[in-house]
Design a protein. Structure first.
Length: 265
């Protein structure tokens, strides 16, 4: 039997008594990239926030290997799980190096200076994400793609086993979207990271994810391999669009072509 690194077990959550997540459950293995899909309001970001205990679910639990996340301290959670948020606003002119070094904060005592080991981990994280050349530059001077790589490097510096990504390609140009997704895939493979990624881009998810979870009104409508989840019926039911889903040998992945809305005949 394969040991699961992450197990989400019957998570339920409500805002002001309005149900947002309803009995959400799935499992993820080491090195797996799982894409969480669904329209706006389907509970995708709420699910990530329940997973890292930023929100407390009303029912259900999250297990990281043999540990229940509800019994862990914030520091313990940060040592297991890193988050790349949808919008990371950095108003102070920190350098890229300073931002990545923040990833070591959960491992350090208050007012403790970074040790040689912390510096070495930050260097490896920046090398792994190809941002070492940006170390001395202010975050305010970086492009969107460069900033996102730095934020991923900060998450990597936590040395997590699991990385939660909330729309990592949002507001990026197409070339930067591909760069970020290729980086995520490389890190999952090389670092054996388990990646849970919320995405609105069905084609990027189909190309880079090992499995997909399709949420509809807070419930899991479908979960499994890409061709099992990204079907024309599922896409029409959840996103209200007609589509053609085909395997593309040129990219060795499935792709989706939008044909029109459901109402357009």
């Amino acid at each position: 039997m394969v040991n699961m690194r992450l197990s989400v077990q019957g998570i339920e959550f409500a805002y002001n008594s309005v149900p947002v997540l309803k009995d959400v459950a799935f499992e993820a293995k080491e090195g797996e990239i799982i894409g969480v899909l669904g329209p706006n309001g389907s509970g995708k970001t709420t699910l990530l926030r329940c997973m890292n205990r930023a929100l407390s679910p009303s029912k259900g639990t999250v297990m990281v290997e043999d540990k229940e996340i509800g019994s862990m301290s914030r520091r313990e959670i940060a040592s297991e799980m890193a988050v790349v948020p949808q919008n990371c606003v950095i108003t102070f002119p920190f350098t890229a190096l300073e931002v990545v070094m923040m990833g070591r904060n959960p491992s350090m005592d208050r007012f403790q200076r970074e040790a040689k080991e912390d510096i070495a981990i930050v260097k490896r994280s920046m090398d792994a994400t190809s941002v070492s050349g940006l170390a001395g530059r202010s975050m305010n001077q970086l492009s969107g793609g460069e900033r996102q790589r730095v934020i991923i490097a900060r998450a990597l510096a936590q040395q997590p086993k699991i990385m939660l990504l909330d729309e990592p390609t949002l507001h990026l140009d197409v070339n930067h979207q591909m760069e970020i997704m290729e980086l995520v895939k490389e890190l999952a493979d090389r670092e054996k990271l388990t990646v849970i990624m919320v995405s609105h881009d069905l084609n990027l998810a189909a190309r880079f994810c090992d499995k997909l979870i399709l949420l509809s009104e807070g419930r899991v409508l479908s979960a499994g391999k890409v061709p099992e989840v990204l079907t024309q019926d599922n896409v029409e039911k959840v996103f209200k669009i007609r589509s053609l889903v085909q395997y593309d040998e040129r990219i060795n992945a499935y792709s989706l072509t939008i044909l029109g809305t459901v109402s357009a005949n």
